[in-house]
Design a protein around this ligand. Sequence first.
Ligand code: CP
Length: 335
Amino acid sequence: PAPPGIPHYLTHADLSAKEIYNLLTLAIQHKHNVKYLNKSSGAPLAGKTLAIMFSKRSTRTRVATESAVAYLGGQPMFLGSQDIQLGVNESLLDTSKVVSSMVDGIMARVGSHSDIETLAKYSTVPVINALSDKYHPTQILADLMTLHEIYVSQPSSPSSYVAHQTHPSKTLPGLRVAWVGDGNNILHSMLATFPKLGVHLNVATPRGYEPSEEIVRYAQTEAGKTNTELKFSFDPKDAVKDADVIVTDTWISMGQESEKAQRIKDFTGYRVTSQMAKEGGAKSDWKFLHCLPRKQEEVSDEVFYSPRSFVFQEAENRKWTILAVIDALLVKKGF
Ligand code: CP
């Protein structure tokens, strides 16, 4: 097993609210430094390597990670499923011991969450979860950063970057997010994160697509400590009631392509549209987020490309939040 004391980033269930806020403030500071002050990082990762072991496709996470490591002066080493023996021909235990003996950190996109737990268990360097079937924590950091930017910038000056001037603990608690969609890894990550921060969450999933009971129980316990509301329904219009933000994701995640016809049938009524939000009683100025890639089924163009939609800012913020996670783990050596 790995030596004790190596920090990994697998799920926000392992982090405190303070540690999550630390990552957010670091991400916000990096964005300010790079985009608005044109500051260099000082190359704290010079001579160091991050192995990026992905068993599935990726646009945002891969580009964010490679560009973040380059900004910090390190070497990103992308290793796709055709390149290395990631659970094929060699055990994950052996792969983890071998790869971690030669690099300074591992970012891994896996199928089963137990795979990333195995990598972390036997790695001698920090392991970052770039998506598993259970959690997608870096995505939720980007979502929270985007919400902070939206709400801190209103109504003063959306064109200037003022997000770094206010702590996200001032903007995020009390927001009400509605999740309308599959009980997938994005919802699981929201459940593992939002209650700790006081962000209310209304959930609607079709019957048969509910989130994991274990993660719901964890979220309910955390919500009890922070007086945060968690609501679960099978009706999207219940979920969007009083929502500040509506979030959805594809109904057909990677690996579920053969279930497409059944899923489209089962998700009838779950498409996010202006009419659905209005009929359900979302706040008049509700915002829209989606982790991307987006399909036509789950959200109408009139929402996706509207001023309510912050999906491309959210995608860009994958870079700043992943940069913060790498900085925290590989440079600062903790959260
Ligand atoms: N949102 C997200 O993880 O995108 P990619 O799969 O393109 O990395």
